[in-house]
Design a binder for this molecule. Structure first.
Ligand code: NDP
Length: 279
């Protein structure tokens, strides 16, 4: 029985149990954090059993964030805007509150750990799933310039654009038209192609001189995108390990009221997951 857990599918290789264990040790908060496999359609039943067994907090990962949104009785403002939930907290009335810490995790990693200025960057977002939704809102909140969203299934990119409701700053394009979209000073890969070992077809001319390319994936799943970014002569090419640790710290704070220090955890995990491209 665990008080906390991450739910996803697949989930066996998740780093979240290890990150939360390190945060618990650092903060002197004993906790029991598991990884639970929940195939699409099974999240509601899995969460109900988890809560009945004493579960008090859950992280939600691929591909279940929009399901978790639908299961939340109460939502944070950011989760409502993103339409996706990655952090659930059990309430005294027997229901879940949904938060989304992915957006803050991304911008904290970029602006605080890597000291990057996002303002006015013409930006390309690849993907329109749960993580992309959070990334889009967080990047716009952080002051990027125009945001172009491209997704394999174009109707999901259009749905994300419509839900943001800011036609002056946000537009969509077809993947096949990417070579004709001009260049970008920020390119964010929020697809799960790397996890599926699938290659993204990306032209080099979308990368502006000194551009920042960021893959939300980490480890070997990010290697293909980071190799492409380096070949396209991006100024920086970063993976999503820092975002993973920052979003976990935000969840930890929601549940335990303490924000752990993330740099020691980043250093420990980074030494095991070398970055392929420039950091
Ligand atoms: P979802 O399943 O919700 O969305 C997946 C997205 O990837 C969709 O836009 C999908 O397109 C697209 N996609 C999948 N395969 C391909 C492909 N072969 N070519 C092009 N597009 C593809 O996943 P999430 O949004 O939850 O996660 C996306 C990625 O972000 C994952 O790699 C995940 O690990 C990472 N992530 C990292 C975090 C971190 O803290 N570092 C936090 C959250 C996520 P379509 O709509 O057409 O299916």
């Amino acid at each position: 029985m665990s008080d906390y857990a991450v739910f996803g599918h697949p989930i066996a290789h998740s780093l979240s149990p290890r990150i939360h264990a390190l945060f618990g040790l650092q903060s002197g908060i004993p906790l029991n954090y598991a990884a639970i496999d929940a195939p699409p359609g099974a999240l509601a039943a899995s969460l109900a059993k988890f809560a009945a067994d004493g579960g008090r907090g859950a992280n939600i990962t691929l591909p279940l964030k929009q399901d978790a949104f639908a299961l939340s009785a109460e939502l944070s403002d950011f989760a409502r805007r993103a339409g996706a939930v990655n952090t659930l907290s059990w309430r005294d009335d027997g229901s879940w509150r949904g938060d989304n810490t992915d957006g803050t995790g991304l911008t904290r990693d970029l602006t605080e750990r890597h000291q990057l200025d996002l303002r006015e960057r013409r930006s390309l977002l690849l993907g329109a799933g749960g993580a992309a939704r959070a990334a889009a809102h967080a990047l716009l909140d952080a002051g990027i310039g125009e945001l172009v969203i491209v997704n394999r299934s174009p109707e999901r990119a259009d749905a994300l654009m419509d839900s943001i409701g800011n036609p002056a700053r946000v537009r969509t394009r077809y993947w096949a038209d990417l070579a004709n979209c001009g260049n970008f000073s920020l390119v964010v890969n929020a697809t799960s192609a790397g996890i599926a070992r699938e290659k993204l077809a990306l032209p080099f001319n979308i990368v502006a001189p000194r551009a920042l390319c960021y893959d939300l994936s980490y480890g070997t799943a990010a290697f293909g995108f980071l190799a492409w970014a380096r070949a396209a002569r991006a100024g920086r090419a970063l993976d999503g390990l820092g975002m993973l640790i920052e979003q976990a710290a935000e969840s930890f704070q929601i549940w335990h009221g303490v924000r752990p220090q993330t740099d020691p955890v980043y250093a420990e995990l980074r030494s095991e997951l070398p970055l392929l491209a420039s950091d």
